[in-house]
Design a protein around this ligand. Structure first.
Ligand SMILES: [Zn+2]
Length: 287
Protein backbone atom coordinates (compact mmCIF):
# COMPACT_ATOMS: atom_id res chain seq x y z
CA UNK A 1 0.00 0.00 0.00
CA UNK A 2 1.40 3.38 -0.93
CA UNK A 3 1.87 6.07 1.67
CA UNK A 4 2.26 8.88 -0.85
CA UNK A 5 -0.33 11.61 -1.00
CA UNK A 6 -2.29 12.25 -4.21
CA UNK A 7 -0.15 15.39 -4.65
CA UNK A 8 3.09 13.38 -4.37
CA UNK A 9 1.75 10.73 -6.71
CA UNK A 10 0.99 13.41 -9.29
CA UNK A 11 4.52 14.83 -8.97
CA UNK A 12 6.19 11.41 -9.16
CA UNK A 13 4.41 10.38 -12.32
CA UNK A 14 4.96 13.83 -13.78
CA UNK A 15 1.44 13.50 -15.05
CA UNK A 16 -0.99 16.29 -15.61
CA UNK A 17 -3.53 14.76 -13.29
CA UNK A 18 -6.59 16.85 -12.69
CA UNK A 19 -7.90 14.62 -9.91
CA UNK A 20 -6.80 11.70 -7.78
CA UNK A 21 -8.93 9.57 -5.51
CA UNK A 22 -8.63 7.51 -2.36
CA UNK A 23 -10.93 4.89 -0.86
CA UNK A 24 -10.72 4.16 2.83
CA UNK A 25 -10.61 0.38 3.28
CA UNK A 26 -10.63 -1.56 6.53
CA UNK A 27 -6.83 -2.00 6.15
CA UNK A 28 -6.15 1.63 5.26
CA UNK A 29 -6.39 4.09 2.36
CA UNK A 30 -6.16 2.82 -1.21
CA UNK A 31 -5.32 5.21 -4.05
CA UNK A 32 -7.17 5.31 -7.37
CA UNK A 33 -6.28 7.34 -10.42
CA UNK A 34 -9.78 7.41 -11.92
CA UNK A 35 -13.41 7.48 -10.85
CA UNK A 36 -13.88 4.15 -12.64
CA UNK A 37 -11.23 2.60 -10.41
CA UNK A 38 -12.45 4.30 -7.25
CA UNK A 39 -16.06 3.24 -7.73
CA UNK A 40 -15.40 -0.08 -9.48
CA UNK A 41 -17.56 1.36 -12.24
CA UNK A 42 -17.80 -0.16 -15.70
CA UNK A 43 -17.66 3.20 -17.45
CA UNK A 44 -18.48 6.48 -15.68
CA UNK A 45 -18.62 8.22 -19.07
CA UNK A 46 -21.85 6.30 -19.74
CA UNK A 47 -23.40 7.28 -16.41
CA UNK A 48 -25.71 10.07 -15.27
CA UNK A 49 -24.84 11.72 -11.97
CA UNK A 50 -27.34 13.83 -10.04
CA UNK A 51 -26.17 16.26 -7.38
CA UNK A 52 -29.20 17.29 -5.29
CA UNK A 53 -29.25 20.05 -2.67
CA UNK A 54 -31.54 22.48 -0.90
CA UNK A 55 -29.52 25.64 -1.67
CA UNK A 56 -27.70 26.71 -4.81
CA UNK A 57 -24.26 27.00 -3.19
CA UNK A 58 -24.31 23.71 -1.22
CA UNK A 59 -22.79 21.54 -3.91
CA UNK A 60 -20.09 23.96 -5.01
CA UNK A 61 -18.95 24.27 -1.37
CA UNK A 62 -19.30 20.60 -0.38
CA UNK A 63 -18.73 18.75 -3.65
CA UNK A 64 -17.49 21.18 -6.31
CA UNK A 65 -14.41 19.01 -6.91
CA UNK A 66 -16.50 15.84 -7.16
CA UNK A 67 -18.77 17.56 -9.66
CA UNK A 68 -15.80 18.66 -11.77
CA UNK A 69 -14.25 15.19 -11.51
CA UNK A 70 -17.48 13.58 -12.74
CA UNK A 71 -17.62 15.97 -15.71
CA UNK A 72 -13.90 15.32 -16.35
CA UNK A 73 -14.65 11.58 -16.45
CA UNK A 74 -17.36 12.16 -19.05
CA UNK A 75 -20.44 11.59 -16.89
CA UNK A 76 -23.70 13.32 -17.76
CA UNK A 77 -23.88 15.55 -14.69
CA UNK A 78 -27.01 17.34 -13.47
CA UNK A 79 -27.70 19.61 -10.52
CA UNK A 80 -31.03 19.80 -8.74
CA UNK A 81 -31.60 22.81 -6.44
CA UNK A 82 -34.74 22.52 -4.32
CA UNK A 83 -35.15 26.10 -3.05
CA UNK A 84 -35.24 29.55 -4.62
CA UNK A 85 -32.83 31.16 -2.13
CA UNK A 86 -35.34 33.85 -1.10
CA UNK A 87 -34.02 34.01 2.47
CA UNK A 88 -30.41 34.47 1.37
CA UNK A 89 -30.38 38.28 1.41
CA UNK A 90 -27.66 40.16 3.27
CA UNK A 91 -28.88 43.74 2.75
CA UNK A 92 -32.31 45.38 2.87
CA UNK A 93 -31.94 46.30 -0.81
CA UNK A 94 -31.56 42.64 -1.78
CA UNK A 95 -34.80 41.51 -0.15
CA UNK A 96 -37.02 41.84 -3.21
CA UNK A 97 -34.46 40.85 -5.82
CA UNK A 98 -32.44 38.11 -4.13
CA UNK A 99 -34.19 35.25 -5.97
CA UNK A 100 -33.15 36.52 -9.42
CA UNK A 101 -29.71 37.62 -8.16
CA UNK A 102 -29.06 34.17 -6.70
CA UNK A 103 -30.33 32.45 -9.82
CA UNK A 104 -27.79 34.24 -12.00
CA UNK A 105 -25.00 33.76 -9.45
CA UNK A 106 -25.82 30.05 -9.30
CA UNK A 107 -25.77 29.55 -13.08
CA UNK A 108 -22.49 31.47 -13.37
CA UNK A 109 -20.98 29.53 -10.47
CA UNK A 110 -21.70 26.11 -11.96
CA UNK A 111 -20.57 27.26 -15.40
CA UNK A 112 -17.19 27.96 -13.78
CA UNK A 113 -17.18 24.30 -12.69
CA UNK A 114 -17.97 23.24 -16.26
CA UNK A 115 -21.68 22.56 -15.82
CA UNK A 116 -23.83 24.18 -18.53
CA UNK A 117 -27.00 26.05 -17.60
CA UNK A 118 -29.35 23.49 -19.08
CA UNK A 119 -28.06 20.89 -16.61
CA UNK A 120 -29.13 23.02 -13.63
CA UNK A 121 -32.65 22.15 -12.47
CA UNK A 122 -34.12 24.73 -10.09
CA UNK A 123 -37.32 23.54 -8.44
CA UNK A 124 -38.23 26.90 -6.87
CA UNK A 125 -39.51 25.77 -3.45
CA UNK A 126 -39.40 28.53 -0.81
CA UNK A 127 -36.07 28.78 0.99
CA UNK A 128 -36.39 28.11 4.75
CA UNK A 129 -40.03 27.00 4.38
CA UNK A 130 -39.69 23.48 3.01
CA UNK A 131 -41.72 22.01 5.86
CA UNK A 132 -44.82 23.29 4.03
CA UNK A 133 -43.90 21.15 1.02
CA UNK A 134 -43.33 17.72 2.48
CA UNK A 135 -44.80 14.85 0.49
CA UNK A 136 -47.23 15.52 -2.34
CA UNK A 137 -50.56 17.33 -2.70
CA UNK A 138 -52.57 19.12 -5.40
CA UNK A 139 -50.80 22.38 -6.26
CA UNK A 140 -52.34 25.74 -5.50
CA UNK A 141 -51.80 28.75 -7.71
CA UNK A 142 -48.19 29.96 -7.67
CA UNK A 143 -46.74 26.84 -6.08
CA UNK A 144 -44.00 24.79 -7.82
CA UNK A 145 -45.93 22.19 -9.76
CA UNK A 146 -45.50 19.05 -11.88
CA UNK A 147 -48.57 17.35 -13.37
CA UNK A 148 -50.90 19.46 -11.20
CA UNK A 149 -49.22 18.45 -7.92
CA UNK A 150 -46.71 20.12 -5.64
CA UNK A 151 -44.40 18.92 -2.87
CA UNK A 152 -40.81 17.76 -2.70
CA UNK A 153 -41.66 14.10 -3.25
CA UNK A 154 -43.66 15.00 -6.34
CA UNK A 155 -40.83 17.09 -7.80
CA UNK A 156 -38.07 14.65 -6.82
CA UNK A 157 -39.85 11.60 -8.23
CA UNK A 158 -40.52 13.40 -11.52
CA UNK A 159 -36.86 14.46 -11.81
CA UNK A 160 -35.51 11.03 -10.83
CA UNK A 161 -37.68 9.36 -13.44
CA UNK A 162 -36.72 11.95 -16.07
CA UNK A 163 -32.96 11.67 -15.51
CA UNK A 164 -32.61 8.06 -14.24
CA UNK A 165 -29.32 8.83 -12.44
CA UNK A 166 -26.80 6.06 -11.78
CA UNK A 167 -25.40 8.00 -8.83
CA UNK A 168 -27.06 10.48 -6.49
CA UNK A 169 -25.03 12.81 -4.27
CA UNK A 170 -26.68 14.95 -1.62
CA UNK A 171 -25.85 16.73 1.67
CA UNK A 172 -25.88 14.55 4.75
CA UNK A 173 -28.88 14.66 7.11
CA UNK A 174 -26.57 15.71 9.97
CA UNK A 175 -26.61 19.38 8.92
CA UNK A 176 -28.31 21.72 11.40
CA UNK A 177 -30.21 23.53 8.65
CA UNK A 178 -33.75 22.07 8.48
CA UNK A 179 -33.78 22.47 4.67
CA UNK A 180 -30.84 20.06 4.47
CA UNK A 181 -32.54 17.50 6.71
CA UNK A 182 -35.80 17.79 4.78
CA UNK A 183 -34.24 17.45 1.32
CA UNK A 184 -32.31 14.39 2.49
CA UNK A 185 -35.38 12.70 3.97
CA UNK A 186 -37.70 13.56 1.10
CA UNK A 187 -35.14 12.37 -1.45
CA UNK A 188 -34.73 9.05 0.30
CA UNK A 189 -38.45 8.27 0.23
CA UNK A 190 -38.58 9.61 -3.34
CA UNK A 191 -36.02 6.97 -4.39
CA UNK A 192 -38.48 4.36 -3.15
CA UNK A 193 -41.44 5.98 -4.95
CA UNK A 194 -39.52 6.58 -8.19
CA UNK A 195 -38.62 2.88 -8.44
CA UNK A 196 -42.25 1.83 -8.06
CA UNK A 197 -45.37 2.12 -10.17
CA UNK A 198 -47.23 4.82 -8.21
CA UNK A 199 -47.94 8.27 -9.64
CA UNK A 200 -47.68 7.20 -13.31
CA UNK A 201 -48.17 10.78 -14.51
CA UNK A 202 -44.64 11.49 -13.20
CA UNK A 203 -42.99 9.07 -15.63
CA UNK A 204 -41.81 5.49 -15.97
CA UNK A 205 -40.25 3.82 -12.88
CA UNK A 206 -36.45 4.05 -12.68
CA UNK A 207 -33.73 2.03 -10.94
CA UNK A 208 -32.45 3.11 -7.51
CA UNK A 209 -29.09 4.89 -7.93
CA UNK A 210 -25.98 4.52 -5.79
CA UNK A 211 -26.30 7.10 -3.01
CA UNK A 212 -23.54 9.27 -1.50
CA UNK A 213 -23.61 11.86 1.26
CA UNK A 214 -21.50 15.00 1.32
CA UNK A 215 -20.87 17.54 4.06
CA UNK A 216 -21.41 21.26 3.54
CA UNK A 217 -21.23 23.11 6.86
CA UNK A 218 -21.78 20.43 9.52
CA UNK A 219 -19.73 17.26 9.88
CA UNK A 220 -20.65 13.83 8.51
CA UNK A 221 -22.78 11.63 10.80
CA UNK A 222 -20.00 9.03 10.50
CA UNK A 223 -16.65 9.12 8.74
CA UNK A 224 -16.63 9.43 4.95
CA UNK A 225 -14.84 6.73 2.94
CA UNK A 226 -14.05 8.45 -0.38
CA UNK A 227 -11.64 11.33 -1.01
CA UNK A 228 -10.94 13.43 -4.08
CA UNK A 229 -7.84 15.57 -4.54
CA UNK A 230 -7.68 18.23 -7.27
CA UNK A 231 -4.72 20.04 -8.80
CA UNK A 232 -4.34 23.78 -8.26
CA UNK A 233 -6.08 24.72 -11.51
CA UNK A 234 -9.21 22.73 -10.62
CA UNK A 235 -9.11 23.95 -7.04
CA UNK A 236 -8.92 27.57 -8.26
CA UNK A 237 -12.04 26.91 -10.35
CA UNK A 238 -13.89 25.77 -7.25
CA UNK A 239 -12.79 28.87 -5.32
CA UNK A 240 -13.85 31.12 -8.23
CA UNK A 241 -17.20 29.34 -8.36
CA UNK A 242 -17.79 30.07 -4.68
CA UNK A 243 -16.75 33.70 -5.19
CA UNK A 244 -19.46 33.93 -7.87
CA UNK A 245 -21.99 34.26 -5.03
CA UNK A 246 -21.09 37.93 -4.69
CA UNK A 247 -24.43 38.78 -3.02
CA UNK A 248 -23.31 36.80 0.03
CA UNK A 249 -21.30 39.31 2.03
CA UNK A 250 -19.49 36.60 3.99
CA UNK A 251 -18.26 34.90 0.82
CA UNK A 252 -14.62 36.03 1.06
CA UNK A 253 -14.35 34.51 4.52
CA UNK A 254 -15.76 31.22 3.23
CA UNK A 255 -13.38 31.18 0.24
CA UNK A 256 -10.43 31.79 2.58
CA UNK A 257 -11.56 28.96 4.87
CA UNK A 258 -11.87 26.53 1.97
CA UNK A 259 -8.57 27.67 0.45
CA UNK A 260 -6.87 26.95 3.77
CA UNK A 261 -8.49 23.49 4.00
CA UNK A 262 -6.84 22.48 0.72
CA UNK A 263 -7.99 20.80 -2.50
CA UNK A 264 -9.76 17.85 -0.89
CA UNK A 265 -13.39 16.76 -0.55
CA UNK A 266 -15.05 13.70 0.90
CA UNK A 267 -18.09 11.50 0.31
CA UNK A 268 -19.74 8.84 2.40
CA UNK A 269 -21.14 5.87 0.50
CA UNK A 270 -24.61 5.05 1.74
CA UNK A 271 -25.66 1.45 1.74
CA UNK A 272 -29.14 2.33 0.54
CA UNK A 273 -31.29 -0.75 0.28
CA UNK A 274 -34.87 -1.67 0.87
CA UNK A 275 -35.83 -4.07 3.64
CA UNK A 276 -36.04 -7.77 2.89
CA UNK A 277 -36.42 -10.34 5.69
CA UNK A 278 -34.00 -12.71 3.94
CA UNK A 279 -31.16 -10.22 4.56
CA UNK A 280 -31.35 -11.14 8.24
CA UNK A 281 -32.28 -14.83 8.15
CA UNK A 282 -28.67 -16.08 8.20
CA UNK A 283 -28.06 -14.20 11.47
CA UNK A 284 -30.84 -16.10 13.24
CA UNK A 285 -30.18 -19.61 11.97
CA UNK A 286 -29.16 -21.92 14.79
CA UNK A 287 -27.49 -24.62 12.66
ZN1 LIG B 1 -27.60 24.84 2.28
Amino acid sequence: MTQTSPQQAANQTNATMNFAFTRLMTDGPRRATSLNELLAAKDVSRETWLFACPHDDDIVVGAGLWLMAAIDAGADVHLLVATDGRMGYCTHEQRDSIVSIRREECLKSYELLGLPREKVHMLGFPDCALSGFLGRRPAQSGEPEVAGFTGLQNAFVAKLRELCPHRLLMPSPADYHPDHQIVHNEMQISLFHAAGAIWPELGEPCDVPEVYELAVYCDFPSAPNLEVWANSEQFDSKLAAIEAYASQLQIEMLVEQIRNSGPYEYLREVNFRFYRPDLYRPLFRTS
